[in-house]
Ligand binder design. Structure first.
Ligand SMILES: [Zn+2]
Length: 326
């Protein structure tokens, strides 16, 4: 039977394909081993630079590391068991409130770089305990600060406090003592330093700087690690209008000895942010505190990760690392 035109063409194609395959096999290029090693080394160096924060990159949680223009932006960073927040005004004015523990400093620095921070206009270190200022020397060295606000209280000296003081001096910051009632203005932000009301507390946590920040019609209250004793003094010293706020950074990571019933009633925050480490050994936040905050919408860094609050001066929208919430 005569071979059809189509089957002939098929045989030709097969023959051509075999010839091509042989040619390809003959000239197959092998990736040199030295080039593979070089590429692996380059990847390793890049990872090291990112981990140490020397290269800016967008971390996975970039959705909360966005700046909403012409608004108030506040970030409560997930630093494990500790406190670190950044307040950014609509004109880009920046206030760092605490710097978290030393262990989280590199990650925090990367997040701040991702936000485009080049320097802090103001840095408030509520009190020199490791979970609040362990990363202070690192951040001051990287960004510097024009003004630093410190508690006038006397604290047991620590290595982190000494390192922080060296960097404060090195960056040439103006140091302001948080005397109760002192007011400062930074762009469209108004700061009122409310505490420490005394320097005679038994518990060093009560020597924490407490600051009220106002923007438009909204107000925020940062209470460091104060406990019931300092809360009582705040209630005695100030008109309730000064303590009432829209957003409260809950005192002492939500520990049972803070956020007393009377204090929470006076502050009556619409939103409450608790900064605590996931599965922390202290059991923060205490169930009793969560109960006392039952009328507030609660955000927690141990569950929500880093929290981003945005305000137009009338209300807030919240974004969290673990999902958007409004
Ligand atoms: Zn603390």
């Amino acid at each position: 039977m005569a071979e059809s035109r189509y089957s002939r063409s098929a045989s030709n194609l097969k023959a051509k394909a075999e010839t091509k395959s042989n040619t390809t096999k003959k000239h197959r290029w092998r990736f040199p081993k030295w080039l593979l090693s070089l590429a692996a080394a380059a990847v390793l160096v890049l990872v090291c630079l990112i981990v140490t924060g020397r290269l800016p990159y967008k971390p996975d949680d970039s959705s909360v590391l966005n700046v909403e223009p012409a608004a108030l932006n506040v970030w409560f960073f997930d630093v494990g068991q500790g406190d670190a927040a950044l307040v950014m005004g609509p004109e880009g004015e920046t206030i760092l409130i605490d710097a978290g523990p030393g262990l989280s400093a590199a990650r925090l620095r990367v997040s701040l770089h991702a936000l485009g921070i080049s320097a802090f206009d103001c840095a408030i270190f509520t009190h020199p305990h490791e979970d609040h200022i362990g990363g202070a020397d690192d951040l001051l060295q990287a960004f510097g600060a024009k003004t630093v606000i410190l508690s006038p209280g006397v604290f047991t000296p620590s290595a982190s406090q000494m390192r922080m003081n060296v960097e404060i001096a090195d960056c040439g910051a103006e140091v302001i003592e948080a005397l109760p009632g002192r007011m400062l203005t930074l762009g469209s932000l108004k700061l009122i330093l409310l505490a420490p009301c005394s320097v005679e507390y038994e518990d060093e946590n009560d020597l924490s700087v407490v600051v009220r920040i106002e923007y438009g019609d909204i107000s925020l209250l940062f209470t460091g690690d104060i406990t019931e004793a300092a809360e009582r003094d705040l209630l005695a010293l100030y008109d309730p209008v000064i303590l009432k706020c829209d957003l409260l950074k809950v005192g002492h990571h939500g520990s049972a000895g803070s956020s007393s019933e009377d204090f929470i009633t006076a502050v009556s925050p619409g939103y409450a942010v608790i900064s605590a480490g996931a599965d922390n050994e202290y059991g923060h936040p205490a169930p009793s505190v969560l109960q006392r905050l039952k009328y507030s919408r609660i955000f927690r860094t141990d569950r929500d990760g880093t929290i981003h609050a945005v305000s137009d001066g009338t209300d807030f929208i919240f974004y969290t690392e673990n999902g958007e919430k409004k």
